[in-house]
Structure formats: structure tokens, C-alpha cells
Design a protein around this ligand. Sequence first.
Ligand code: CA
Length: 226
Amino acid sequence: MRVLVVEDEHKIAAFIKRGLEENAYAVDVAYDGEEGYDWARSFDYDFIILDVMLPKMDGISLCRRLRQEGNRANILMLTARDSIDDRVAGLDAGADDYLVKPFAFRELLARLRALARRGSEQRTTVLQVGDLRLDLMTHQAERGGHKTDLTAKEFALLELLMRHPNQVLSRTIIAEHVWDYDFYSQSNVVDVYIRYLRRKVDDPFPEKMILTVRGMGYRLVEPEYA
Ligand code: CA
């Protein structure tokens, strides 16, 4: 999952970025409203975390503008304590949820997970395709009763594949959702991580789930049993 954080207070932005990265999100940061607007238009973010008080363009105006242009990212507003007006204005501008500053990081993570559930058919915290299960809380994958721990990037990659079963995902799409801007131009990073993931979820089993679609990308399929 790729996140854009728009927050002019550098300490808070760095705190959010570090915490999210530790939890397998790819994170870009913008420090004012106009910069945030440019990033939001350039990439297909899963989440945008938007502070209300921003230089150049405030968070509520930015949110409204993105929605008017059809941006469908999950938008979480960060509002000041006691500012009911900001919360109402943010939701009316098209935000999906808000979080009052200061907040506990665990709550931010829980809000993002809740938004991800809201946007999909799946209301559980476990994704399942065939006999492959991915626990979104523990970041453990399980296949055929065999549990395996995943690194942050392996988890993010498998989550993306499992949220789009049977669909071909191009390397660009995968890179955009799993890596942030600083990393994803490294040419073969997607192939390298697909290889790591296969070692854990495919190699021990006769039926392969992660398929290469030549010239296009990768596809996670439900294995067919004879
Ligand atoms: Ca601010």
C-alpha cells in the first residue's frame, strides 16, 4: 500500500513516515498543499494522510480539489483537537475519516486498516486466495498449514497480489504501490521480491500461484487441483 503524507511539520511527517514504513507501507511526503496536490496527481495512492493546516493550500481545499478531479484514494484528515468545524468541513470535502492530533500511532494504523476494509469486499483482517492466507495484523502468510514470516516488502507485495487475484499486475503498478518514489525506479526490484516471495509461498508446493505473464507482469491465481 502506498501512502502520501501531506504535513508541513517535519517532525510529525518523519514520525508518520518511519512508523508506516515499519509496517510495510511505501510512503512519500509533501510539505505543503501545492506539493501535495502535485504528488497526488502523479501517482495512484492507496491512502492520502492530509493535515488541515498547510501552507499554500489548506488540507480541506486540497481534499475538495482532488475529489472534484475524481481522485479515489482513501483520504484521512489530521485535525486539531477541539476543531469540530475542521472535521465536518473535511468530511464534507470528501475525506473518508479524520484523526485528531496528537494521536497514538497504533490508532493511525487501525484507521488505515479500517479504510482498506471499507474499500474492499473483504471485511476481515485475513486475505485468502485458494489455500494461501495472509494475516494483515501479524504479517504472516500461511499455506497448506505451513506458516511463514514475511519481511515488510514481501508482505506489501503479497497483499497487493492477493487483493487483485487473477488480475495481471504490471511491474509499474506493483512498484507504484509497494515502493516509494525514492526506490521504485530501481529496475529489477519487483522481480527480485517476486523471487523472494515465491521461495516462501510457492517453492515448497507443487501448484504454483504466482505466475509470470510474459511481457506484462505477474498474476496470483488460485491453484487448480486435479
Ligand atoms: Ca500543519
